[in-house]
Design a protein around this ligand. Structure first.
Ligand SMILES: Nc1ncnc2c1ncn2[C@@H]1O[C@H](COP(=O)(O)OP(=O)(O)OP(=O)(O)O)[C@@H](O)[C@H]1O
Ligand SMILES: Cc1ncc(CO)c(N)n1
Length: 504
């Protein structure tokens, strides 16, 4: 038998552009779960969110302290007010509270018959407090056939089947299959309540609606205690995206990565002392001036530690560095500066303003001046090879590749470590030389003195500022490429300082 299965990932979304999605759920005044989470989740996926409130809770990230269920007549009035006026593309059902509320929702669903119904059979909050009376569990089962997708967590799945909670993923899938077969709908089995490094989810349908009975989507487990409202957020996101894709697997494949990032960024919200909310709008975070440079600095700092651990740096500082190693370093630096100068010229060519154009053009010229200074004053008296070393070659090739194929922003990110790390290392080396009383008999005294160059420190500050500004104007894809180009150049900076080790 051929399954009534339509292809995943249609090139053009078949559904509405802005799905009108109704959440029938309880209120969480702390904003992480219930209708508050649903509305954020719906909006985060491009839907228009609506909410009919079944119950009010007094809760925060730690516990639920009170639940108030208003008269069901008032719920009916809310639901009718919406459906009498507005076409509803999808409904997500969350906390229902008691059997009277369930009956009211059932009658309304039977009357209105929304095209997409996702039922999250909420029973217990993350904090462990009950959100559905035990006596209403039977009534809840009567609602299940009216839903297209059920999203129970493992304890809820067990209660719906009247069985003990699944101890592992295989038994959870087995329970999911039995629930799907009993009620004729699709069940999302969620791995959130299991332990282990992975956190899988699986769509289960035994009547041929999916491409196979169990469609599992693997995923990592994010190390966070902020899981308040993940179930609410997931189910309302799925309801919204389903209107656009018409395919549960495609919907889950879109929503799961979003939820993972929402969990990953949850800490930045800093909400509450318990299990905090997820960051629904992590993907729309506004980048402020300085933010991107701060991210880059985190990477650069780790590399700086590696550089300070190198024998070459230690030798320069103490004066014990073999002369051959220092000569090799100088010769490679001269070769490098020639290539680097061309890349700075490329930055100048791409610069959006004349000031920036001039800044990089000056930098490009100065590289050539320093190169000839190296030859005149440092290399002319030394017997060193002029062959381009492998690290020098790779570093310059990386920069040239970025300048050949990258945007202005990416070229700046690739250029920056040479300013930033060199300035930091130089400042540190010069600082410890001065601290030691600027000994004139230090083998590398003359070289260490060149690091006290305020003009270079100022140019480094400008280069950082321009890179940060370019990141603000760049697309997310370009910003990711900037991080990659910067990280690679940082690694080459370390390798460059380490390359003379063969002479030690
Ligand atoms: N630590 C985690 N890392 C990655 N994904 C997670 C994590 N915790 C939960 N999830 C995901 O979150 C979604 C909800 O799963 P969970 O089993 O926690 O539901 P729930 O118990 O109904 O949620 P709630 O906390 O709202 O009650 C699933 O997609 C699950 O895979
Ligand atoms: C209102 C409400 N609905 C659902 C949950 C489950 O996360 C909660 N904590 N609060």
């Amino acid at each position: 038998m051929t399954a009534p299965y339509s292809p995943v990932y249609p090139l053009v979304a078949p559904g509405r552009q802005t799905p009108r999605v109704l959440s029938i759920a309880g209120s969480d005044p702390s904003g992480g779960a219930g209708i508050q989470a649903d509305l954020k989740s719906i909006a985060a996926h491009g839907g228009y969110g609506m909410a009919a409130i079944t119950a009010l809770t007094a809760q925060n990230t730690v516990r639920v302290s009170a639940v108030h269920v208003p008269p069901v007549e008032f719920l009916r009035q809310q639901l009718d007010a919406i459906s009498n006026d507005i076409e509803i593309d999808a409904v997500k059902i969350g906390m229902l509270g008691d059997a009277a509320v369930i009956d009211e929702v059932r009658s309304w669903l039977e009357k209105v018959r929304p095209a997409v119904v996702v039922l999250d059979p909420v029973m217990v909050a993350t904090s462990g407090d009950r959100l559905l009376r035990e006596s209403a569990e039977k009534a809840l089962r009567s609602l299940l056939p009216l839903a297209d997708l059920l999203t129970p967590n493992l304890p809820e799945l067990a209660v719906l089947l009247g069985e003990p909670e699944a101890p592992d993923w295989a038994s959870a899938l087995d329970q999911g299959k039995r629930l799907a077969a009993e009620y004729g709908n699709t069940v999302l089995v969620k791995g959130g309540h299991l332990a282990g490094s992975g956190c899988p989810d699986a769509l289960v349908n035994t009547s041929g609606l999916l491409r196979q009975d169990v469609v599992e989507i693997a995923g990592p487990r994010i190390d966070t205690r902020n899981s308040h409202g993940t179930g609410c957020s997931l189910s309302s996101a799925l309801a919204t995206v389903q209107v656009m894709t018409g395919d549960w697997e495609a919907s889950l494949r879109e929503v799961k990565p979003w939820l993972l990032e929402a969990l990953r960024h949850s800490g930045t919200l800093d909400v509450g002392h318990g299990s905090g909310p997820v960051h629904h709008f992590h993907h729309q975070q506004v980048l402020r001036p300085g933010d991107f440079a701060a991210t880059l600095w985190e990477q650069a700092r780790a590399e700086l530690d590696a550089i300070h651990g190198l024998g070459f740096i230690d030798g320069l500082q103490t004066g014990s560095l073999p002369e051959a190693a220092f000569s090799y370093y100088l010769a490679q630096d001269a070769i490098y500066l020639n290539g680097y100068s061309r890349v700075l010229a490329r930055a100048s060519a791409l610069a959006p303003t004349e000031d920036e154009q001039l800044f990089w053009a000056k930098g490009s010229r100065q590289c050539l001046e320093v190169e000839s200074e190296l030859h005149r004053n440092w290399l002319s008296t030394r017997d060193v090879s002029v062959t381009t070393g492998p690290v020098t070659k790779s570093y310059v090739d990386h920069l040239l590749a970025c300048s050949a194929s990258g945007s202005y922003a990416v070229v700046l990110a690739a250029i920056l470590p040479c300013y930033w790390l060199y300035a930091e290392v130089g400042q540190q080396l010069h600082g410890s030389y001065v601290e030691a009383g600027s000994p004139a008999d230090h083998a590398y005294a003359d070289w260490l003195k060149t690091y006290a160059d305020e003009a270079f420190a100022e140019a480094t500050r400008t280069a950082i500022k321009l890179t940060d500004a370019a990141a603000l104007a760049a697309s997310p894809t370009d910003r990711a490429a900037m991080v990659e180009a910067f990280a690679q150049s940082c690694r080459y900076e370390t390798a460059f300082f380490d390359a003379p080790r063969m002479f030690s």
